[in-house]
Design a protein around this ligand. Structure first.
Ligand code: PAF
Length: 287
């Protein structure tokens, strides 16, 4: 079995053989877990993997356990041919696309939860979401056994929770978090942006604008009234027709504790529905 080239597989045995062959050649294994609908943000994760490893596995799995029954699992975008073409061009070695029944066979009943952090922010609105994320990510780590795994900072709470899981459970993987990739007008790239019509796409800019407003108030104007900055972010979003805010807060960048006074490292986090599309965005702010 030769690990070079480009392999697409749903077979765990084949994946393991390819990874083992690469390891035998002394290559480090990089992993980029995704749900597909790839965009330049995902490709920046592949680029990071290429800096840190010599063999790159990208997983595409629309993980049902992180969707609530009311959410968009069935209509989640699955442009598989385009995704595979992007992976081949980017120098991914293996795309692993398991079947749902391979990862969650009949009677599946084991879950991984990072307790406290999974209940706040996104967790308030999507109570079972992070249990699904941490469970599938640990399963993928066990399957691929990567040295390095790359995640985007766009999903700030997700990457914080994954890093905590890895620490708490002594998982032997180096988790690397890569910066959010934005469109030239500031919109954070997301697989869900394809749902935005032209008007909603324009409206959605209020998220990055509200985050930028918070950053300016704290780092340029020196405003230390974090509750007031939060209120200003909220006001900016509420003023935008077609936007329904779930939260717009400033939290401790490590613990995700919601703040009223400045800390050394903070993160402004927003979740809002723009038309029918729920978007999240964030910006790290140094106090
Ligand atoms: O960020 C995502 O695309 C997913 O939550 C992940 C990490 C691939 C787990 O399904």
């Amino acid at each position: 079995m030769h690990p070079d080239g480009f392999t697409v597989t749903n077979d765990l045995g084949e994946l393991r053989r390819l990874v083992a062959a690469a390891r035998e050649q002394g290559r480090k294994i990089g992993c980029v877990p995704t749900m597909g609908a790839l965009h330049p943000g995902h490709m920046s994760l592949v680029e990071e993997s290429k800096k840190r490893a010599g063999f790159h596995v990208l997983t595409i799995f629309v993980n049902p356990t992180q969707f609530a029954p009311t959410e968009d699992l069935a209509k989640y975008p699955r442009p598989i041919e385009k995704d595979l073409q992007m992976c081949r061009q980017a120098g991914v070695n293996v795309v692993y696309m398991p079947e749902i029944t391979a990862l969650y066979p009949e009677g599946y009943d084991t879950w991984v939860t990072v307790d406290v952090m999974s209940k706040v922010l996104e967790g308030e609105f999507r109570p079972t979401h992070f249990r699904g994320v941490t469970t599938i990510v640990l399963k993928l780590f066990n399957i691929v056994q990567p040295d390095v795994a790359c995640f985007g900072a766009k999903d700030y709470q997700q990457q914080t929770i994954i890093r905590k899981m890895v620490r708490d459970l002594n998982v032997p993987v180096d988790v690397v978090v890569c910066p959010t990739i934005r469109e030239p007008d500031g919109l954070a790239m997301s697989s869900r942006n394809v749902y935005l019509g032209e008007t909603d796409r324009q409206t959605a800019l209020c998220l990055s604008q509200a985050l930028e407003l918070a950053r300016r108030r704290i780092t340029v104007d020196g405003d230390s009234d974090i509750a007031a900055v939060q209120a200003a972010m909220r006001q900016r979003l509420d003023a935008q027709p077609g936007v329904q805010v779930d939260y717009a807060v400033i939290a401790d960048a490590d613990t995700l504790e919601i703040l009223t006074a400045p800390r050394r490292k903070m993160v402004a986090l927003i979740a809002a529905r723009v038309g029918a599309t729920r978007l999240i965005d964030n910006l790290v702010i140094s106090g």
